[in-house]
Write a protein that binds this ligand. Structure first.
Ligand SMILES: *[C@@H]1O[C@H](CO)[C@@H](O)[C@H](O)[C@H]1NC(C)=O
Ligand SMILES: *[C@@H]1O[C@H](CO)[C@@H](O)[C@H](O)[C@H]1NC(C)=O
Ligand SMILES: CC(=O)N[C@H]1CO[C@H](CO)[C@@H](O)[C@@H]1O
Length: 264
């Protein structure tokens, strides 16, 4: 990851090489995404977000994780972008009380109620991305005749033991059922209504990494494709400059983004 730690404030190196977003790849591209690739992409995003939360001396919560903020390059290397709403968090401060920001469909319901943002808000949003990867469906359905929140529909299927009803046919064709279940269970844990009950991003990244590795070793036919993908590393791409101060409290990026994005 290209991220330099200068003093207390991480300086994220600007590198802008997008080749569409994860949203485009899942919802707008004609190319089917293989199950391998979905797991790899999920593991990469989780690694990048875990890095934000844990690797720097000042934790950073992204606060607007969604598939349109995940940039892909031509090798499907993931770049987590748009730190417009993110916050540096002082080391001893794990709760932030602010106006509710984020994007519907990805917004942690607990945060929506309490206005207290913790790292688990990012975990929730990431859980929605996992469900997008699993189902090939949008976070908010365009079809108004059904429950529009993907997370709600997904959890209902999990509850009814009816995952088949919602997973992408491409996934059911390629994936082993145990892998799908493991992936889905992880998504479900990320979407737990109670933030405290969700795994942290480091745990999520570790589980996806091990799913990715076990899948890799089991699947020799995709060895070459995978080898290519593993060459490159994920990087973090802010779309704004950070001039945050290393003060003892939250350094906010004042010139940043709309309070409530309504883009899906
Ligand atoms: C579903 O989405 C709407 C609009 O984004 C939101 O207000 C509502 O709380 C969500 N419902 C659930 C159960 O997540
Ligand atoms: C949330 O997580 C706890 C602990 O794992 C679990 O007991 C509970 O059933 C979960 N809630 C939901 C709605 O999944
Ligand atoms: C998703 C996306 O935009 N993919 C493009 C990435 O770049 C290659 C080569 O320029 C295009 O062919 C893809 O369509």
């Amino acid at each position: 990851m290209h991220c330099c730690l200068a003093f207390e404030v991480p300086l994220l190196v600007y590198e802008y090489v997008p080749n569409g977003t994860l949203f485009d790849l899942i919802h707008q591209s004609q190319l089917p995404i293989s199950w391998n690739m979905r797991i790899k992409i999920a593991a990469d995003i989780a690694g990048a977000v875990a890095y934000l939360h844990f690797a720097s001396s000042v934790p950073i919560y992204h606060r607007d994780i969604k598939s349109t903020n995940i940039l892909m390059d031509e090798k499907y290397v993931v770049k987590v972008s748009d730190f417009g709403t993110s916050k540096f968090v002082a080391v001893d401060q794990t709760h932030l009380t602010t106006l509710v920001k984020g994007t519907f469909g990805y917004l942690d319901p607990e945060y929506f109620q309490t206005s207290q943002y913790t790292d688990k808000g990012d975990v929730y949003s990431f859980g929605v991305i996992l469900v997008e990867l699993l189902t090939g469906q949008r976070a908010i359905s365009l079809d108004v005749s059904q429950e529009r929140n993907l997370s709600t529909r997904f959890l209902a299927c999990m509850e009814a033991n009816n995952l088949d009803a919602i997973i992408d046919t491409q996934v059911s064709k390629q994936a082993k059922i145990e892998e799908v279940i493991e992936f889905a269970r992880l998504a479900k844990r990320c979407l737990n209504i109670t933030g405290r009950m969700r795994p942290n991003m480091k745990e999520v990244a570790r589980e996806l990494e091990s799913l990715s590795v076990s899948q890799l070793s089991a699947n020799v036919t995709h060895a070459i494709e995978e080898a290519n993908m593993y060459e490159a590393k994920s990087v973090l791409v802010p779309n704004i400059d950070y001039t945050g101060t290393s003060g003892d409290s939250v350094a906010s990026t004042s010139d940043a983004h709309p309070l409530m994005s309504t883009k899906f």
